[in-house]
Design a binder for this molecule. Structure first.
Ligand SMILES: Cc1ncc(COP(=O)(O)O)c(C=O)c1O
Ligand SMILES: NCC(=O)CCC(=O)O
Length: 427
């Protein structure tokens, strides 16, 4: 694999960009190589600046469930751009988009558009605190909700990958308002509420965790979390930045039949453009300025290019059979990989929910961060590099997801499994 040009760019980039990357997850530090610089992508393929082509299972970290450069999405963005890239005033597309979101995710009676998942969760927490007039937030070890101060506590994603349990720069007073406890452990949540329930504004949870690798909720767990929140008058926030429009059209809340008070979205709803959203019960959303006192704003919020892309993408997902196809293709790849690991005698444990899955290099089971962190990350690094060398681009961390898209067809799956049969010999 030739990577001269990527290397050269990495040398240059490190002089002007910390670590050479604009987000730590891209650095590939945990898998023992330098990042590849990408010049283009289409469908399920990405191409780096040295001309290597890979089947891509990162999908820009989740947004590209339609595949890269979907022609309809690109056309919608072009058309919107010609009419102006930002107005700082309301548009018809925003109304259409909000109507679509509230129709497809009925618990979101009202919705605010923002520009990232981080903004969505940060704003939802502020609203929950403003609404309940309480300060404490509960989160779960290994879950990641973006990089706002109060959420960088026992976080998943890049912090888990780099082994950063906390983050300098977050004042202890702020971190102290977020309590993090193990995922999938109702007894721990009950105990915490028993002690501090009247101070807890909200519980924020990834209804399927995707930032410690994929960890599904145990049967009944989300229902249990809902009941505890109700008992103590705390809000339940589902962070569906990853799971929204991925595990089902109506997200994890539809799949598991549990209704949160607030939902946060990002990734897929922007189809690769910067777009996030938070929303929920109208009574709560009415507290947001200008109709209420909880301030939240954004120069580029509801950006016309992003909403045009999002509208087109959600239209294409709201078609009978789409999620069935994603499910079937994801199962085919996931099962095929499992067979290859088994045949090779490599200890592994898999978790999959729809079009997101992870294989952990350990015997498992993996139900929370404590169990996920027991994985053999050196083995994962060897696996990652062996797959990359055979044209398959996986997320460069044991603690991230493999994302399928509608562009991953039978051919791509076949090629991936052939690569895996060879690659596993190097693990
Ligand atoms: C569940 C979850 N919430 C929030 C975020 C933050 O989103 P963003 O990176 O768009 O700020 C992410 C991913 O990065 C995420 O996976
Ligand atoms: N699952 C983790 C992410 O999606 C993060 C991507 C990033 O921060 O670059």
């Amino acid at each position: 694999m030739k990577d001269d040009r990527s290397r050269e760019l990495w040398q240059r980039s490190q002089k002007v960009i910390p670590g050479g990357v604009n987000s730590p997850a891209r650095a590939m530090l945990a898998v023992g190589r330098e990042p590849l610089f990408i010049r283009s992508a289409r469908g399920c393929y990405i191409e780096d600046v040295d001309g290597n082509r890979y089947i891509d299972y990162v999908g820009s970290w989740g947004p590209l469930i339609l595949g890269h450069a979907d022609p309809d999405v690109v056309a919608a963005v072009k058309k919107a751009a010609e009419k102006g890239t930002s107005f700082g005033a309301p548009t018809e597309a925003e109304v259409n988009f909000a109507e679509m979101l509230t129709r497809l995710i009925p618990s979101m009676e009202q919705v605010r558009l923002v520009s990232s998942g981080t903004e969505a969760t940060m704003s939802a927490l502020r609203l929950a605190r403003g609404y309940t007039e309480r300060d404490l937030i509960v989160k779960f070890d290994g879950c990641y909700h973006g990089h706002s101060d109060g959420l960088l506590v026992a976080s998943g994603s890049g912090l888990a990958t780099l082994g950063l349990p906390s983050c300098p720069g977050v004042p202890a007073e702020v971190a102290g308002l977020s309590v993090s406890i193990p995922y999938n452990d109702l007894a721990a949540l009950e105990k915490l509420f028993h002690e501090k329930g009247d101070k807890i504004a909200a519980v924020i949870i990834e209804p399927v965790a995707g930032n410690m690798g994929v960890v599904p909720p145990a049967p009944g767990y989300l229902q249990g979390v809902r009941e505890i929140c109700d008992e103590y008058g705390s809000l339940l926030i589902f962070d569906e930045v990853i799971t929204g429009f991925r595990v089902a059209l109506g997200g994890a809340q539809e799949l598991y039949g549990v209704t949160p008070d607030l939902t946060t979205l990002g990734k897929i709803i922007g189809a690769g453009l910067p777009l996030g959203a938070y929303g929920g019960k109208a009574e709560i959303m009415q507290k947001v300025a200008p109709c209420g006192p909880v301030y939240q704003a954004g120069t580029l919020s509801g950006n016309p290019l992003a909403t045009a892309a999002g509208l087109r993408a959600l239209d294409m997902l709201d078609v009978a059979g789409v999620y069935q196809r994603l499910e079937e293709n994801s199962a085919k790849l996931y099962d095929g990989l499992g067979d290859i690991f088994t045949k090779a005698g490599v200890p592994h444990y898999g978790n999959r929910v729809g079009a997101m899955f992870s294989y952990f290099f350990q015997k498992g089971p993996v139900t929370d961060w404590t169990s996920a962190s027991k994985s053999d990350t050196e083995a994962f690094g060897r696996w990652f590099r062996a797959m990359l060398g055979r044209g398959v681009y996986l997320a460069p961390s044991q603690f991230e997801c493999t994302f399928m898209s509608l562009a991953h067809d039978a051919d791509a799956i076949e090629q991936t499994l052939s690569a895996a049969e060879e690659a596993i010999k190097e693990v």
